[in-house]
Design a protein around this ligand. Structure first.
Ligand code: TXA
Ligand code: MG
Length: 321
């Protein structure tokens, strides 16, 4: 039997038997296990080589089902849930006992999301448990946006990869909680700050790096490709690194002063931040397959998903570069 496919029944049977299945979502692929089954969840941590202090997002297919394992009572979070689910939004909610400590790393809140992908929604509707699923990449590496990305790095270790095609949004969900009564964003992602603020007004941003992060996705040197990446003004970076063989990541049609042997990769020729988000992780993976020495990337406009893209590029880049 091929490990990659679209067979919901196969996916369901593995999950019911404490297996691990990669699932498509609109943001990135997830590495899923029964969130009520500690033995299954532990496999996810092992496969990813993920530290136990980094909790998992729990995925379900309806707001009604959330009451089994979490408490959605805050009016502003309810507003966001009603407006943006299914979608690239994760809410931090008070958890219930049924959730193993491992899922939340012992934290009082649980991260919950209803993803917007028809295959995964169909799968979730067939299950009587939610799915704990981090992004389906080895810890610290770029998230997968295609089934073959998962197969390449984790194919040997998972039971099945449910192939839902290329992810439409392409970067991970935006994580929102409440702090001192105010909606707070802990991770920038596939739902823009502007869209969230349109619903609930001004929000706090807690997008920090710290040793004890609320969202370890915010650790520096996360989401990183295999080659050193530098972010900034492209022509400056090109002159500075002129002796190296470079991958130049472009956004828009401006000519760059590349030299022979350099390779250009386009995020969005027409300068559309949504298109750039969709292409970002695929492009970084494609660059890793080439023999260039370094990656140079521009800073995108700080509008819409541009903010989240800049955040990812910065975290993927060489510190203090
Ligand atoms: O789009 C996404 O969110 C994807 C898809 C598969 O849903 N998932 C994803 O998961 O990006 P992961 O594990 O790669 O990133 C989840 C982030 C981590 O930074 C984690 O620390 C944070 O969410 N997180 C999870 N549970 C949390 C909790 N209870 N409190 C605070 N942060 C939490
Ligand atoms: Mg991740």
């Amino acid at each position: 039997m091929s490990k990659i496919g679209t067979d919901l029944l196969v996916a369901k049977e593995f999950l019911q038997k404490s297996g691990v299945v990669a699932i498509p979502t609109e943001t990135v692929y997830g590495l899923a296990a029964n969130a009520f089954d500690e033995g299954a969840v532990v496999k996810v941590f092992r496969i990813k080589n993920r530290p136990k202090f980094d909790p998992l997002i729990v995925h379900t297919d309806s707001i009604e089902k959330i009451s089994q394992f979490a408490i959605l009572e805050n009016p502003q979070l309810i507003k966001l849930a009603n407006k943006f689910w299914p979608g690239p939004l994760t809410l931090l909610l008070p958890r219930k006992e049924i959730i193993p400590d491992l899922v939340t790393s012992g934290l009082p809140n649980i991260a919950v999301r209803i993803p917007n992908h028809p295959l995964t929604l169909a799968l979730l509707s067939e299950l009587n448990f939610p799915l704990a699923a981090p992004s389906a990449n080895p810890f610290g590496y770029v998230s997968p946006t295609q089934a073959k990305h998962v197969a390449k790095q984790l194919g040997e270790k998972v039971n099945y990869i449910l192939d839902g095609g290329e992810c439409n949004v392409g970067i991970e969900s935006t994580i929102v909680g409440v702090e001192n009564g105010k909606p707070t964003i802990y991770r920038l992602g596939g739902l823009s700050v502007e869209e969230i603020e349109n619903e609930v007004g001004k929000v706090n941003l807690q997008i920090k790096n710290s040793d004890n992060p609320k969202a370890p996705g915010q650790l520096t040197s996360h989401y990183a490709p295999g080659k050193p990446l530098y972010v900034g003004e492209l022509d400056e970076l090109i002159s500075k690194h002129s002796s190296k063989r470079k991958a130049i990541v472009k956004y828009g049609t401006n000519e760059t002063r590349k030299s022979e042997g350099d390779i250009e990769f386009q995020l969005s020729e027409k300068g559309d931040v949504n298109e750039a988000a969709k292409n970002l992780f695929r492009v970084l993976r494609e660059i890793d397959e080439t023999d260039v020495e370094i990656i140079l990337a521009p800073v995108l406009p700080e509008i819409g998903l541009g903010k989240a893209i800049n955040d990812r590029l910065k975290r993927a880049s060489v510190p203090n570069s």
